[in-house]
Unconditional design. Sequence first.
Length: 479
Amino acid sequence: MNRIFKSLVIVLFLILASRNADASADGAWSALISTKGSVKAYPRVVEELVEEKLYFAAVPYIKEYLTRASRIEGKRIDGLIDEVVTYVGVKQFEVLPTSILEKTSAPSIKYILAKKYFRSGNYKKAMDSINGTIPRAHTTKPFALFLEASVHSIQRRFKSAVSSYKECVEQSRSQIKRTQIKNRKRQLEINRDYCLVGIARTQFANNSYEKANLSYLDLDKRSPIWPEILFEEAWNSFYLQDYNRTLGKLVTYKAPILSFVFNPEVSVLEAMTYLEMCLYEDAKKVSDKFQNTYEGQSIGLDKLLRKHRKNYRYYYLLAKSRKAGRIRGNDLINRLLMSVNRDSAYIELVDNFVRGKEEIERVSKIRNPKLKRILTVNLKESLLLQRNLIGAYVRKSLNVAKHHLGRTLEAHTYIKLEMLKRSKDRLYGIEPEPLRGRGDIRYLKRNEKQYFWTFDGEFWADELGDYVFSLKSECEVSL
Protein backbone atom coordinates (compact mmCIF):
# COMPACT_ATOMS: atom_id res chain seq x y z
CA MET A 1 0.00 0.00 0.00
CA ASN A 2 1.25 3.51 -0.74
CA ARG A 3 1.92 6.15 1.94
CA ILE A 4 -1.37 8.02 1.41
CA PHE A 5 -3.43 4.83 1.70
CA LYS A 6 -1.60 3.73 4.87
CA SER A 7 -2.22 7.10 6.50
CA LEU A 8 -5.86 6.99 5.38
CA VAL A 9 -6.39 3.64 7.07
CA ILE A 10 -4.78 4.75 10.32
CA VAL A 11 -6.54 8.13 10.35
CA LEU A 12 -9.96 6.60 9.78
CA PHE A 13 -9.36 3.91 12.39
CA LEU A 14 -8.23 6.40 15.02
CA ILE A 15 -11.05 8.84 14.31
CA LEU A 16 -13.62 6.07 14.57
CA ALA A 17 -12.05 4.70 17.73
CA SER A 18 -12.05 8.09 19.42
CA ARG A 19 -15.62 9.10 18.51
CA ASN A 20 -17.96 6.17 19.21
CA ALA A 21 -18.57 5.95 15.48
CA ASP A 22 -21.93 4.68 14.21
CA ALA A 23 -22.55 1.57 12.13
CA SER A 24 -22.12 3.40 8.81
CA ALA A 25 -18.67 4.61 9.83
CA ASP A 26 -17.74 1.07 10.90
CA GLY A 27 -18.95 -0.03 7.50
CA ALA A 28 -16.64 2.45 5.79
CA TRP A 29 -13.73 1.07 7.79
CA SER A 30 -14.64 -2.51 6.86
CA ALA A 31 -14.97 -1.58 3.20
CA LEU A 32 -11.54 0.05 3.20
CA ILE A 33 -9.92 -3.06 4.66
CA SER A 34 -11.82 -5.62 2.59
CA THR A 35 -11.17 -3.84 -0.71
CA LYS A 36 -7.46 -3.38 0.08
CA GLY A 37 -7.43 0.35 -0.55
CA SER A 38 -10.28 0.68 -3.05
CA VAL A 39 -11.03 4.29 -3.90
CA LYS A 40 -14.68 3.64 -3.08
CA ALA A 41 -13.87 4.08 0.61
CA TYR A 42 -12.02 7.40 0.19
CA PRO A 43 -15.06 9.73 0.27
CA ARG A 44 -15.89 8.52 3.78
CA VAL A 45 -12.40 9.40 4.97
CA VAL A 46 -12.70 12.90 3.48
CA GLU A 47 -16.10 13.26 5.09
CA GLU A 48 -14.67 12.41 8.51
CA LEU A 49 -11.97 15.08 8.17
CA VAL A 50 -14.38 17.73 6.87
CA GLU A 51 -16.71 17.06 9.80
CA GLU A 52 -13.74 17.79 12.06
CA LYS A 53 -13.11 20.99 10.03
CA LEU A 54 -9.65 19.75 9.06
CA TYR A 55 -9.88 21.05 5.50
CA PHE A 56 -6.19 21.33 4.71
CA ALA A 57 -5.66 17.86 6.18
CA ALA A 58 -8.27 16.59 3.71
CA VAL A 59 -6.54 18.07 0.64
CA PRO A 60 -3.96 15.27 0.06
CA TYR A 61 -6.71 12.64 0.34
CA ILE A 62 -8.96 14.37 -2.17
CA LYS A 63 -6.05 14.65 -4.60
CA GLU A 64 -5.27 10.96 -4.12
CA TYR A 65 -8.89 10.10 -4.69
CA LEU A 66 -9.12 12.17 -7.86
CA THR A 67 -5.89 10.62 -9.12
CA ARG A 68 -6.73 6.96 -8.41
CA ALA A 69 -10.44 6.89 -9.24
CA SER A 70 -11.32 6.12 -12.84
CA ARG A 71 -14.53 8.09 -12.48
CA ILE A 72 -15.97 10.35 -9.78
CA GLU A 73 -19.70 10.12 -9.15
CA GLY A 74 -22.07 11.28 -6.46
CA LYS A 75 -23.36 14.62 -5.21
CA ARG A 76 -22.00 13.95 -1.72
CA ILE A 77 -18.34 13.76 -2.76
CA ASP A 78 -18.83 16.75 -5.10
CA GLY A 79 -20.22 18.68 -2.14
CA LEU A 80 -17.27 17.69 0.05
CA ILE A 81 -14.80 18.78 -2.63
CA ASP A 82 -16.65 22.09 -3.00
CA GLU A 83 -16.53 22.67 0.74
CA VAL A 84 -12.80 22.00 0.93
CA VAL A 85 -11.97 24.13 -2.14
CA THR A 86 -14.06 27.01 -0.81
CA TYR A 87 -12.10 26.94 2.45
CA VAL A 88 -8.51 26.30 1.24
CA GLY A 89 -8.73 28.20 -2.07
CA VAL A 90 -8.48 27.12 -5.70
CA LYS A 91 -4.68 27.29 -5.93
CA GLN A 92 -4.22 23.99 -4.05
CA PHE A 93 -6.02 22.20 -6.89
CA GLU A 94 -4.85 24.25 -9.86
CA VAL A 95 -1.57 22.31 -9.71
CA LEU A 96 -3.38 19.12 -10.76
CA PRO A 97 -3.45 18.17 -14.47
CA THR A 98 -6.66 18.85 -16.38
CA SER A 99 -7.07 15.10 -17.06
CA ILE A 100 -7.47 14.53 -13.30
CA LEU A 101 -9.73 17.53 -12.69
CA GLU A 102 -12.04 16.48 -15.53
CA LYS A 103 -13.09 13.38 -13.57
CA THR A 104 -15.38 15.25 -11.18
CA SER A 105 -18.51 17.31 -11.69
CA ALA A 106 -17.92 19.43 -8.58
CA PRO A 107 -18.72 23.05 -9.63
CA SER A 108 -15.63 24.41 -7.88
CA ILE A 109 -13.41 22.06 -9.89
CA LYS A 110 -15.26 23.03 -13.08
CA TYR A 111 -14.37 26.63 -12.30
CA ILE A 112 -10.71 25.67 -11.78
CA LEU A 113 -10.75 23.84 -15.11
CA ALA A 114 -12.21 26.91 -16.82
CA LYS A 115 -9.38 29.04 -15.39
CA LYS A 116 -6.74 26.58 -16.64
CA TYR A 117 -8.29 26.45 -20.12
CA PHE A 118 -8.61 30.24 -20.19
CA ARG A 119 -4.92 30.71 -19.37
CA SER A 120 -3.91 28.27 -22.10
CA GLY A 121 -6.06 30.12 -24.65
CA ASN A 122 -8.58 27.30 -25.07
CA TYR A 123 -11.62 29.53 -24.73
CA LYS A 124 -14.13 26.99 -26.07
CA LYS A 125 -13.28 24.48 -23.35
CA ALA A 126 -13.26 27.27 -20.79
CA MET A 127 -16.82 28.18 -21.72
CA ASP A 128 -17.88 24.52 -21.77
CA SER A 129 -16.57 24.14 -18.21
CA ILE A 130 -18.69 27.09 -17.07
CA ASN A 131 -21.95 26.80 -18.99
CA GLY A 132 -24.46 24.37 -17.55
CA THR A 133 -22.05 22.99 -14.93
CA ILE A 134 -22.00 25.73 -12.28
CA PRO A 135 -25.42 26.41 -10.68
CA ARG A 136 -26.55 30.02 -10.37
CA ALA A 137 -26.50 29.91 -6.56
CA HIS A 138 -23.08 28.27 -6.30
CA THR A 139 -20.29 30.13 -4.50
CA THR A 140 -18.07 30.12 -7.60
CA LYS A 141 -20.76 31.50 -9.96
CA PRO A 142 -19.77 35.20 -9.67
CA PHE A 143 -16.13 34.35 -10.41
CA ALA A 144 -17.13 32.10 -13.30
CA LEU A 145 -19.21 34.94 -14.77
CA PHE A 146 -16.15 37.20 -14.68
CA LEU A 147 -14.24 34.54 -16.62
CA GLU A 148 -17.14 34.13 -19.08
CA ALA A 149 -17.29 37.88 -19.69
CA SER A 150 -13.53 37.99 -20.25
CA VAL A 151 -13.81 35.32 -22.95
CA HIS A 152 -16.59 37.27 -24.69
CA SER A 153 -14.48 40.44 -24.57
CA ILE A 154 -11.34 38.75 -25.94
CA GLN A 155 -13.38 37.29 -28.80
CA ARG A 156 -14.87 40.75 -29.44
CA ARG A 157 -18.42 39.78 -28.52
CA PHE A 158 -18.73 43.08 -26.70
CA LYS A 159 -22.49 43.07 -26.14
CA SER A 160 -22.34 39.60 -24.54
CA ALA A 161 -19.32 40.65 -22.48
CA VAL A 162 -21.13 43.65 -20.99
CA SER A 163 -24.17 41.48 -20.25
CA SER A 164 -22.03 38.88 -18.44
CA TYR A 165 -20.16 41.55 -16.49
CA LYS A 166 -23.47 43.08 -15.35
CA GLU A 167 -24.74 39.67 -14.25
CA CYS A 168 -21.43 39.15 -12.44
CA VAL A 169 -21.95 42.40 -10.53
CA GLU A 170 -25.46 41.36 -9.48
CA GLN A 171 -24.44 37.83 -8.48
CA SER A 172 -21.49 39.18 -6.47
CA ARG A 173 -23.71 41.70 -4.66
CA SER A 174 -26.27 38.99 -3.92
CA GLN A 175 -23.70 36.67 -2.35
CA ILE A 176 -22.06 39.53 -0.42
CA LYS A 177 -25.38 40.06 1.37
CA ARG A 178 -25.68 36.37 2.24
CA THR A 179 -22.19 35.55 3.47
CA GLN A 180 -20.99 36.19 7.01
CA ILE A 181 -17.39 35.09 6.32
CA LYS A 182 -15.09 38.12 6.25
CA ASN A 183 -12.54 36.72 3.78
CA ARG A 184 -15.27 35.48 1.47
CA LYS A 185 -17.00 38.86 1.55
CA ARG A 186 -13.74 40.60 0.57
CA GLN A 187 -13.19 38.22 -2.36
CA LEU A 188 -16.72 38.84 -3.62
CA GLU A 189 -16.35 42.62 -3.26
CA ILE A 190 -13.15 42.57 -5.31
CA ASN A 191 -14.80 40.34 -7.93
CA ARG A 192 -17.76 42.75 -8.09
CA ASP A 193 -15.39 45.67 -8.62
CA TYR A 194 -13.43 43.89 -11.37
CA CYS A 195 -16.73 43.16 -13.12
CA LEU A 196 -17.72 46.83 -12.84
CA VAL A 197 -14.40 47.80 -14.39
CA GLY A 198 -14.82 45.03 -16.96
CA ILE A 199 -17.74 46.97 -18.44
CA ALA A 200 -15.50 50.02 -18.93
CA ARG A 201 -12.67 47.88 -20.32
CA THR A 202 -15.02 46.30 -22.84
CA GLN A 203 -16.27 49.71 -23.96
CA PHE A 204 -12.67 50.88 -24.30
CA ALA A 205 -11.80 47.81 -26.41
CA ASN A 206 -14.81 48.64 -28.60
CA ASN A 207 -13.49 52.21 -29.06
CA SER A 208 -16.44 53.60 -27.08
CA TYR A 209 -14.23 55.96 -25.10
CA GLU A 210 -16.97 58.34 -23.96
CA LYS A 211 -19.00 55.46 -22.51
CA ALA A 212 -15.89 53.97 -20.90
CA ASN A 213 -15.06 57.36 -19.38
CA LEU A 214 -18.39 57.34 -17.52
CA SER A 215 -18.27 53.64 -16.63
CA TYR A 216 -14.84 53.89 -14.99
CA LEU A 217 -16.30 56.48 -12.64
CA ASP A 218 -18.78 53.92 -11.28
CA LEU A 219 -15.95 52.27 -9.31
CA ASP A 220 -15.87 53.40 -5.69
CA LYS A 221 -12.57 55.09 -4.78
CA ARG A 222 -12.49 53.00 -1.60
CA SER A 223 -12.10 49.84 -3.64
CA PRO A 224 -8.73 48.03 -3.27
CA ILE A 225 -8.44 47.87 -7.06
CA TRP A 226 -9.12 51.59 -7.65
CA PRO A 227 -5.44 52.67 -7.67
CA GLU A 228 -4.59 50.38 -10.60
CA ILE A 229 -7.64 51.57 -12.56
CA LEU A 230 -6.43 55.19 -12.56
CA PHE A 231 -3.88 54.21 -15.21
CA GLU A 232 -6.61 52.77 -17.45
CA GLU A 233 -8.68 55.92 -17.00
CA ALA A 234 -5.64 57.96 -18.02
CA TRP A 235 -5.30 55.93 -21.24
CA ASN A 236 -8.99 56.41 -21.97
CA SER A 237 -8.59 60.18 -21.58
CA PHE A 238 -5.53 60.01 -23.83
CA TYR A 239 -7.59 58.41 -26.60
CA LEU A 240 -10.20 61.12 -26.09
CA GLN A 241 -7.34 63.63 -26.58
CA ASP A 242 -8.17 65.04 -23.17
CA TYR A 243 -4.48 65.30 -22.31
CA ASN A 244 -4.91 67.54 -19.29
CA ARG A 245 -7.11 64.95 -17.59
CA THR A 246 -4.63 62.22 -18.55
CA LEU A 247 -1.90 64.13 -16.71
CA GLY A 248 -4.27 64.72 -13.78
CA LYS A 249 -4.96 60.99 -13.41
CA LEU A 250 -1.25 60.18 -13.55
CA VAL A 251 -0.16 62.86 -11.07
CA THR A 252 -2.50 61.22 -8.54
CA TYR A 253 0.08 58.42 -8.19
CA LYS A 254 2.39 60.94 -6.53
CA ALA A 255 0.06 61.13 -3.53
CA PRO A 256 1.75 59.65 -0.42
CA ILE A 257 -1.26 57.41 0.18
CA LEU A 258 -0.55 55.66 -3.14
CA SER A 259 3.20 55.23 -2.60
CA PHE A 260 2.77 51.43 -2.62
CA VAL A 261 1.64 51.44 -6.28
CA PHE A 262 4.35 50.65 -8.80
CA ASN A 263 3.51 50.79 -12.50
CA PRO A 264 6.49 51.87 -14.65
CA GLU A 265 4.23 52.43 -17.66
CA VAL A 266 2.72 55.45 -15.90
CA SER A 267 5.87 57.40 -16.77
CA VAL A 268 5.63 56.34 -20.43
CA LEU A 269 2.07 57.60 -20.76
CA GLU A 270 3.00 60.83 -18.96
CA ALA A 271 5.91 61.47 -21.35
CA MET A 272 3.79 60.55 -24.39
CA THR A 273 1.10 62.99 -23.26
CA TYR A 274 3.58 65.84 -22.98
CA LEU A 275 4.89 64.83 -26.40
CA GLU A 276 1.39 65.02 -27.90
CA MET A 277 1.06 68.53 -26.47
CA CYS A 278 4.50 69.46 -27.90
CA LEU A 279 5.79 70.13 -24.37
CA TYR A 280 9.17 68.62 -25.15
CA GLU A 281 11.08 69.78 -22.11
CA ASP A 282 8.45 68.26 -19.84
CA ALA A 283 8.61 64.98 -21.76
CA LYS A 284 12.41 64.96 -21.46
CA LYS A 285 12.28 65.57 -17.69
CA VAL A 286 9.92 62.63 -17.20
CA SER A 287 12.10 60.26 -19.25
CA ASP A 288 15.34 61.45 -17.67
CA LYS A 289 13.98 61.06 -14.16
CA PHE A 290 12.72 57.54 -14.77
CA GLN A 291 15.92 56.35 -16.42
CA ASN A 292 18.14 57.90 -13.77
CA THR A 293 16.05 56.37 -10.98
CA TYR A 294 15.47 52.84 -12.23
CA GLU A 295 18.15 51.91 -14.78
CA GLY A 296 20.63 50.90 -12.08
CA GLN A 297 18.04 49.53 -9.66
CA SER A 298 16.58 47.22 -12.29
CA ILE A 299 19.97 45.49 -12.45
CA GLY A 300 19.70 44.79 -8.70
CA LEU A 301 16.26 43.25 -9.23
CA ASP A 302 17.59 41.07 -12.04
CA LYS A 303 20.46 39.85 -9.83
CA LEU A 304 18.05 38.92 -7.03
CA LEU A 305 15.85 36.87 -9.39
CA ARG A 306 18.87 35.13 -10.96
CA LYS A 307 20.41 34.31 -7.59
CA HIS A 308 17.33 32.78 -5.97
CA ARG A 309 15.64 31.37 -9.08
CA LYS A 310 12.76 29.12 -7.92
CA ASN A 311 13.54 29.17 -4.21
CA TYR A 312 9.92 29.83 -3.28
CA ARG A 313 10.63 29.75 0.44
CA TYR A 314 13.00 32.70 -0.02
CA TYR A 315 10.38 34.78 -1.85
CA TYR A 316 7.76 33.91 0.75
CA LEU A 317 10.06 35.08 3.54
CA LEU A 318 11.10 38.15 1.52
CA ALA A 319 7.53 39.43 1.23
CA LYS A 320 6.77 38.46 4.81
CA SER A 321 9.76 40.39 6.16
CA ARG A 322 8.77 43.47 4.12
CA LYS A 323 5.29 43.38 5.63
CA ALA A 324 6.94 43.27 9.06
CA GLY A 325 8.78 46.50 8.20
CA ARG A 326 12.21 45.11 7.36
CA ILE A 327 13.98 46.64 4.36
CA ARG A 328 15.66 44.37 1.81
CA GLY A 329 17.64 45.38 -1.27
CA ASN A 330 17.22 48.70 -3.09
CA ASP A 331 14.28 51.11 -3.16
CA LEU A 332 12.80 49.45 -6.26
CA ILE A 333 12.68 45.98 -4.66
CA ASN A 334 11.14 47.37 -1.49
CA ARG A 335 8.51 49.29 -3.40
CA LEU A 336 7.62 46.18 -5.40
CA LEU A 337 7.31 44.15 -2.20
CA MET A 338 5.04 46.85 -0.75
CA SER A 339 2.87 46.53 -3.84
CA VAL A 340 2.74 42.72 -3.55
CA ASN A 341 1.68 42.95 0.10
CA ARG A 342 -1.32 45.07 -0.92
CA ASP A 343 -2.27 42.76 -3.79
CA SER A 344 -5.66 41.07 -3.28
CA ALA A 345 -4.54 37.70 -4.72
CA TYR A 346 -1.49 37.66 -2.43
CA ILE A 347 -3.64 38.54 0.59
CA GLU A 348 -6.00 35.67 -0.20
CA LEU A 349 -3.11 33.18 -0.45
CA VAL A 350 -1.70 34.34 2.88
CA ASP A 351 -5.11 34.28 4.60
CA ASN A 352 -5.62 30.67 3.49
CA PHE A 353 -2.16 29.79 4.76
CA VAL A 354 -2.93 31.28 8.16
CA ARG A 355 -6.19 29.32 8.38
CA GLY A 356 -4.30 26.15 7.52
CA LYS A 357 -1.84 26.81 10.31
CA GLU A 358 -4.79 27.13 12.70
CA GLU A 359 -5.60 23.49 11.92
CA ILE A 360 -2.18 22.51 13.25
CA GLU A 361 -3.10 24.12 16.52
CA ARG A 362 -6.30 22.04 16.69
CA VAL A 363 -4.43 18.87 15.78
CA SER A 364 -1.84 19.56 18.48
CA LYS A 365 -4.59 19.23 21.11
CA ILE A 366 -5.48 15.70 20.03
CA ARG A 367 -4.62 13.26 22.82
CA ASN A 368 -3.91 10.25 20.64
CA PRO A 369 -0.22 10.60 19.66
CA LYS A 370 -0.48 8.44 16.51
CA LEU A 371 -3.45 10.38 15.17
CA LYS A 372 -1.74 13.65 16.01
CA ARG A 373 1.45 12.63 14.18
CA ILE A 374 -0.31 11.43 11.02
CA LEU A 375 -2.56 14.48 10.72
CA THR A 376 0.41 16.78 11.33
CA VAL A 377 2.36 15.14 8.48
CA ASN A 378 -0.54 15.54 6.05
CA LEU A 379 -1.21 19.10 7.16
CA LYS A 380 2.42 20.04 6.62
CA GLU A 381 2.24 18.61 3.10
CA SER A 382 -0.67 20.92 2.24
CA LEU A 383 0.83 23.92 4.02
CA LEU A 384 4.20 23.46 2.34
CA LEU A 385 2.44 23.65 -1.02
CA GLN A 386 0.52 26.74 0.14
CA ARG A 387 3.75 28.43 1.25
CA ASN A 388 5.34 27.64 -2.12
CA LEU A 389 2.29 29.00 -3.91
CA ILE A 390 2.77 32.28 -2.03
CA GLY A 391 6.48 32.33 -2.87
CA ALA A 392 5.76 31.56 -6.52
CA TYR A 393 3.27 34.43 -6.66
CA VAL A 394 5.84 36.86 -5.20
CA ARG A 395 8.49 35.65 -7.68
CA LYS A 396 6.08 35.99 -10.61
CA SER A 397 5.17 39.53 -9.53
CA LEU A 398 8.85 40.53 -9.40
CA ASN A 399 9.50 38.91 -12.79
CA VAL A 400 6.56 40.74 -14.37
CA ALA A 401 7.85 44.01 -12.90
CA LYS A 402 11.33 43.33 -14.31
CA HIS A 403 9.85 42.69 -17.76
CA HIS A 404 7.77 45.90 -17.63
CA LEU A 405 10.79 47.87 -16.43
CA GLY A 406 12.85 46.70 -19.40
CA ARG A 407 10.11 47.66 -21.85
CA THR A 408 9.60 51.00 -20.12
CA LEU A 409 13.29 51.93 -20.22
CA GLU A 410 13.33 51.06 -23.92
CA ALA A 411 10.18 53.11 -24.53
CA HIS A 412 11.71 56.16 -22.87
CA THR A 413 14.71 55.90 -25.20
CA TYR A 414 12.39 56.07 -28.22
CA ILE A 415 10.40 58.93 -26.67
CA LYS A 416 13.57 60.96 -26.19
CA LEU A 417 14.59 60.30 -29.78
CA GLU A 418 11.18 61.47 -31.00
CA MET A 419 11.41 64.50 -28.75
CA LEU A 420 14.83 65.40 -30.20
CA LYS A 421 13.50 65.02 -33.75
CA ARG A 422 10.57 67.32 -33.09
CA SER A 423 12.77 69.83 -31.27
CA LYS A 424 15.08 69.85 -34.29
CA ASP A 425 12.12 70.43 -36.62
CA ARG A 426 11.08 73.38 -34.48
CA LEU A 427 14.62 74.75 -34.48
CA TYR A 428 14.79 74.69 -38.27
CA GLY A 429 11.38 76.25 -38.65
CA ILE A 430 9.58 73.13 -39.86
CA GLU A 431 7.42 73.38 -36.75
CA PRO A 432 6.52 76.89 -35.49
CA GLU A 433 7.71 78.15 -32.10
CA PRO A 434 4.70 78.66 -29.83
CA LEU A 435 3.96 81.63 -27.66
CA ARG A 436 4.73 80.64 -24.08
CA GLY A 437 1.92 80.42 -21.58
CA ARG A 438 1.01 77.64 -19.21
CA GLY A 439 -2.29 77.02 -17.53
CA ASP A 440 -5.78 78.39 -18.11
CA ILE A 441 -9.11 77.17 -16.76
CA ARG A 442 -10.67 77.36 -20.22
CA TYR A 443 -8.67 74.28 -21.23
CA LEU A 444 -10.45 72.10 -18.66
CA LYS A 445 -13.03 69.53 -19.78
CA ARG A 446 -15.47 67.60 -17.62
CA ASN A 447 -18.57 65.43 -17.88
CA GLU A 448 -21.64 65.09 -15.64
CA LYS A 449 -19.82 62.73 -13.21
CA GLN A 450 -16.81 65.02 -12.77
CA TYR A 451 -16.50 68.10 -10.58
CA PHE A 452 -14.33 71.19 -10.36
CA TRP A 453 -12.25 71.11 -7.18
CA THR A 454 -10.86 74.33 -5.79
CA PHE A 455 -8.14 72.78 -3.63
CA ASP A 456 -4.90 74.60 -2.86
CA GLY A 457 -2.43 71.84 -3.70
CA GLU A 458 -2.79 69.23 -0.95
CA PHE A 459 -3.80 65.65 -1.65
CA TRP A 460 -7.14 65.01 0.03
CA ALA A 461 -8.80 61.60 0.03
CA ASP A 462 -11.96 62.80 -1.75
CA GLU A 463 -9.95 64.56 -4.46
CA LEU A 464 -7.71 61.67 -5.45
CA GLY A 465 -8.22 60.86 -9.11
CA ASP A 466 -10.05 64.12 -9.82
CA TYR A 467 -7.01 66.20 -10.67
CA VAL A 468 -6.83 67.83 -14.07
CA PHE A 469 -4.14 70.00 -15.60
CA SER A 470 -4.96 73.18 -17.50
CA LEU A 471 -2.07 73.26 -19.96
CA LYS A 472 -2.43 74.54 -23.49
CA SER A 473 -0.99 72.45 -26.27
CA GLU A 474 2.04 74.08 -27.91
CA CYS A 475 1.51 72.21 -31.18
CA GLU A 476 -0.30 75.23 -32.61
CA VAL A 477 0.70 78.89 -32.57
CA SER A 478 -1.45 81.07 -30.32
CA LEU A 479 -2.88 84.02 -32.21
